[in-house]
Design a protein around this ligand. Structure first.
Ligand SMILES: [Zn+2]
Length: 550
């Protein structure tokens, strides 16, 4: 074989890399073996993408608990190792709901559905479709408003329905029954995320097929029996919490979320094909969970005993930091005695060419600079620091409690939030380096034997290029009331300039009611830079209205 210069170079590099791998210390080899076992199990199809509140999440939880026990990490959850918490999935139609016309049952969810803001009611009546009288069901064909607005892109059918149902209720309707006998599509469906306030009467939509069957003859009198029952749909997520008690005054928290997207049911998949595929989440975040287990193993025998160690595998992160927010609101240790928190989210895909490890939270304590030196040539990657204590992962919940944090992340890649985020793409040697680097930081701080000082930093705004304007608030994704609760407010942005504070709940922007993330985003889209409008928000029981300028 004729060897060109380049081919020689490649070969040498290959030999070097394999020999340096072989030179791995026994302990490092063990870590890599363990990482493979953890990630291959957690990212296996059997765990169905570990969506919070599912069987797959439970299998992962049992695995982590098994490892904690094996290592000798004691339990520090609320139910031994687990700490369960409720995840609100919005509204659902209760099984006791029914709708019959002339003793024919309509199938709930298929032939009809009650809007989520319908109160629980039982109605029996014999109305005529064409007559709208008090204390009787009123029938409304949407054909007319649809026809009138077919060329109006701003026509909001949902809003039209809600406003006119309120009017009908005020004029005596006992229930509003909507249908659409026109050829125009209405795209109406039961929206579990609709958190708008309940109306005094039920509002029901009857499908086109059922309407064709029962409502063609407007003079007909129908024998109607209806029962509406709208409830909350909840799941139970589980944080898994382990502890090493070194009888120290302060505790270091290490965390990583272990939940992922399941089949993409929660709309947070990057897959745009609509296919229901398992999102294995090897890098996001089986890699961080595996690192958490291996760091627990290392710290169990480590001499760094000036702190206790708390290990938290969070769930519900993909829903909006549910698990870490729940823990920081319901801590199982005294948060005032927490020294600092280290979060690992996606540490398994160190890029072999750029070798960049980003370390966020650098600005949350002056002491970080004493143990993190981006110019340190001895470490086998390039450290890219970011000062902000907030970002799209669980450290944010701890930063909000004035705890110094660091966030370790090996970077985005094309498999992010896709079914293709699989174990065979993990850079195990890279992850080993990240684990050893984190252990170096812990050991160095242990030597200083101090409690880190906390510093507030700027808030990272999740850049939402879709919007021309934003308010500069960090929405609280766990809030299940009507409106958008501000979990953080960025200095100098429209909301803070208007006097809005953390904890306030925005309920209206201009003329647009805000009751869910969707309606908030729709309202934002109505404005451009420089626009002035009014904003209405709740602070406790008080409702405040003021002017806001984008
Ligand atoms: Zn993640």
């Amino acid at each position: 074989m004729f060897l060109t210069k380049t081919r020689t170079l490649v070969l040498v590099l290959f030999v070097f890399s394999t020999t340096s791998a072989q030179k791995l210390k026994k302990a490092d080899k063990l870590i890599i073996e363990n990482l493979k076992k953890h990630i291959e199990y957690l990212a296996d199809d059997r765990l169905e993408g570990r969506r919070a509140g599912t069987k797959g999440e439970e299998l992962a939880m049992d695995y982590i608990i098994g490892k904690f026990k094996e290592i000798g990490i004691s339990a520090k959850g609320t139910e031994y190792y687990p700490q369960s918490f409720e995840i609100n999935d919005g509204k659902q139609i209760g099984s006791s709901s029914y709708f019959t016309i002339n003793n024919n049952s309509l199938e709930t969810g298929k032939d009809y559905f009650p809007f989520p803001y319908s109160p629980a009611k039982k109605i029996e009546a014999a109305p005529a479709i064409a007559i709208q009288e008090a204390d009787m069901p009123w029938f409304v064909d949407l054909a007319e408003p649809l026809e009138e607005n077919k060329n109006n892109p701003h026509f909001d059918l949902e809003e039209y329905i809600r406003t006119n149902s309120i009017k009908a209720a005020n004029r005596g309707a006992s229930v509003v029954i909507l249908y659409n006998l026109s050829s125009l599509e209405d795209k109406l469906a039961f929206n579990p995320k609709d958190k708008s306030e309940k109306l005094p009467v039920p509002v029901i939509y009857v499908s086109k097929d059922a309407a064709k069957k029962y409502f063609q003859d407007k003079t007909a009198t129908l024998n109607i029996k209806i029962r509406t029952d709208i409830g909350e749909k909840n799941r139970i997520g589980h944080n898994v919490i382990g502890y090493i008690d070194n009888k120290a005054a302060t505790t270091v928290i290490l965390g990583a979320h272990f939940d992922h997207l399941g089949y993409g049911e929660d709309g947070n998949s990057m897959l745009r094909t609509g296919e229901k595929l398992i999102h294995n989440g090897a890098d996001d975040n089986a890699s961080g969970t595996a690192a958490l287990i291996e760091l627990a193993r290392i710290l169990k025998t480590s001499k760094a005993k000036n702190n206790n160690y708390l290990f938290i595998a969070f769930s519900g992160e993909e829903m909006g930091l549910f698990g870490s927010k729940y823990f920081t609101d319901h801590p199982t240790i005294d948060l005032a005695k927490v020294n600092y928190m280290l979060n690992m989210d996606m540490v398994g895909r160190l890029n072999d060419s750029t070798k960049v490890l980003s370390v966020g939270g650098f600005g949350t304590s002056p002491q970080w600079a004493s143990v993190i030196n981006p110019h340190d040539k001895k470490i086998p990657f390039v450290v890219k620091i970011d000062s902000s204590g907030t970002g799209p992962s669980d450290h944010t919940s701890f930063y909000r409690k004035d705890i110094p944090v660091l966030f370790f992340f090996t970077g985005q890649h094309r498999d992010y939030h896709r079914p293709s985020d699989d174990a065979d793409k993990i850079n195990y040697l890279g992850e080993l380096h990240v684990i050893n680097y984190i252990n170096t930081i812990i050991t160095a701080l242990n030597k200083q034997n101090i409690k880190l000082a906390f510093l507030k930093t700027r808030e990272t705004q999740t850049a939402n290029t879709a919007f021309r304007v934003t308010l500069g608030i960090m929405p609280d994704y766990t809030y299940d009331g009507a409106g958008i609760r501000a979990d953080g407010v960025t200095e100098g942005r429209p909301a803070s300039r208007a006097g809005i504070k953390t904890g306030d709940v925005i309920i209206q922007l201009g003329d647009f009611p805000v009751n869910s993330m969707d309606t908030y985003m729709q309202a934002l889209n109505k404005f451009k830079k420089g626009d002035k409008t009014k904003v209405k928000y709740k602070r406790g029981s008080e409702t405040i209205e003021t002017t806001i300028e984008f």
